[in-house]
Design a protein around this ligand. Sequence first.
Ligand SMILES: NC(=O)c1ccc[n+]([C@@H]2O[C@H](COP(=O)([O-])OP(=O)(O)OC[C@H]3O[C@@H](n4cnc5c(N)ncnc54)[C@H](OP(=O)(O)O)[C@@H]3O)[C@@H](O)[C@H]2O)c1
Length: 300
Amino acid sequence: MENKKTRTAVTVLGLGKMGTAIAKTLLKENVRITTWNRTVDKSLVLEPEGAITASTVTEAIMSSQVVIISLSDYGVVDSLLRPLHNLMADKLIINLTNGSPIQSRQTANYLMSAGAHYLDGGIMAIPPMLGQRNALLLFSGSETAFNHHKELLTTLGTCHFIDEDPGRAALYDLALLAAMYGMFSGYLQSIALIKSAQVKAREFTPMVVQWLQAMTQTLSRMGEDIDSKSYADHVAARLDMQTTSFENLIDTYKTIGIPVDLVLPLKHHMETTVLNGYNNANFSSVFETIKGNKLNNDES
Ligand SMILES: NC(=O)c1ccc[n+]([C@@H]2O[C@H](COP(=O)([O-])OP(=O)(O)OC[C@H]3O[C@@H](n4cnc5c(N)ncnc54)[C@H](OP(=O)(O)O)[C@@H]3O)[C@@H](O)[C@H]2O)c1
């Protein structure tokens, strides 16, 4: 049955892992799709599912009012779109390519000056999650366009509009990736230690999961400490104690022969924070060093 979502013609530019998942998810919902990809084979395999293959980027953009972009980086996005500014009037460009806030704003500027509406998006999901509620998509840019196409976008996952500043979704995306990479690198460092005793990663992992789940319970409290700069109010583990324990971690890595390059900067940050007077405070106080603030300095 026709509805607003299926009436909207959508072009998907870029059929890598993510672009293909986006296209397939929309096709399952009977959205009319035109695709373009540098390697045309990835477009052709979607034809039996109902997609139309465009042979040029120009043809792809002219085919639809809504253009969803999922390319490897903004350099590629800009190299394809900048020469086509005369095609942009009244198009809605939804750019789901990962980039920095500055890149998002620059791309938004030239597309909007060419008459396009612009939404920048961050996908907090891997391709198999697309179409499920646990796939989180963050958007910034035109709130009007977001509201108008929310039904279509929600096909891909749970969607949040963050701000009219086009760079804001990229900032949120990178902030969430920062947390993810901290966890992933911590996990790999942890496994490097345990494997020195010939323990299998898969045997040890459930214990890591249980420990990290317990530790994530402390994040809300840490956030409150950071906002209020009240680092010494609820101290269960003093920073100077933790700095001593961290030294044991570094020593053990060295003894086993595991490079300490990943963990050494954190040790230096903890020591600097202690030296700046946070010895009685909790771990959240390391934020002041990460951010570059000294004790009692005002927020810049
Ligand atoms: N995969 C994920 O889990 C995930 C999650 C969230 C966000 N993202 C973001 O989604 C975007 C796409 O990721 P992906 O995983 O789909 O990457 P990918 O599988 O490496 O696909 C990259 C896409 O960019 C195209 N491309 C690269 N260089 C090009 C060029 N010079 N000219 C034209 N097209 C070019 C590729 O075309 P060819 O097919 O011809 O090589 C392909 O369509 C990235 O910004 C990524 O950060 C990915």
